[in-house]
Design a binder for this molecule. Structure first.
Ligand code: 5GP
Length: 192
């Protein structure tokens, strides 16, 4: 049995907090970490592949997995579009002696944390403020004003739940946030 058996690391953040940058920095430093591939009923976008980015299922298939109690958590993230974590996915990664990593929304993250307790590290990447988050979303130039307002509203609700996480990393200065997140992960994984 691996020393890492049965552990989970859950990253969550409001959109625009810089979570992807942090996760992309951290992952290569810990070969024992392996991403959980979520199931979704949405269609693949661009170059997304089944079994790599998501397990792309029809709504019927997704609901059959729910009925069979095969999902650890699931949500209708957008109207008519389901996302969730397959039990088999987590077990597949643990069977390799690895730690499962999640990049999911706040509700899903806290749901998993409540199921796994001390075996899970729930880490929230916090934006310095709602105003800065709004500026960052605008700076990306990828979203319409309406989408930005929707994301800001959702982010405000999500940011209020930060205290429910095990650890919060405020992404104000990126290098500081990277160092903090690295130390938190080393501590949880028992690295030297
Ligand atoms: P996207 O469609 O942009 O890939 O993801 C949309 C949203 O679904 C994101 O907020 C993402 O965090 C969330 N999401 C992705 N996978 C899961 C999952 O397995 N469970 C839950 N609860 N949310 C997920």
């Amino acid at each position: 049995m691996s020393e890492h058996n049965g552990k989970l690391v859950i990253f969550s953040a409001p959109s625009g907090a810089g979570k992807s940058t942090l996760v992309n920095y951290l992952l290569p430093q810990f070969p024992e970490l392996s991403f959980s591939i979520s199931a979704t009923s949405r269609s693949p976008r661009g170059k997304e592949q089944h079994g790599k980015d998501y397990y792309f299922l029809s709504s019927e298939e997704f609901k059959a997995h729910v009925a069979g109690d095969e999902l650890l958590e699931w949500e209708e993230v957008y109207a008519g579009t389901y996302y969730g974590t397959l039990r088999s996915e987590v077990e597949r990664i643990w069977a390799q002696g690895k730690v499962v990593v999640f990049d999911i929304d706040v509700v899903g993250a806290l749901n998993l944390k409540s199921q796994f307790g001390d075996r899970a590290l729930a880490l929230f990447v916090q934006a310095p403020s709602v105003e800065i988050l709004e500026q960052r979303l605008r700076g990306r130039g990828t979203d319409s004003e309406e989408k930005i307002q929707q994301r800001v509203a959702k982010a405000t609700i999500e940011m209020a739940r930060a205290p429910e996480f095990d650890k919060v990393v405020v992404n104000d200065d990126l290098d500081t946030a990277k160092a903090e997140a690295l130390a938190i992960l080393k501590d949880f994984l028992g690295a030297q």
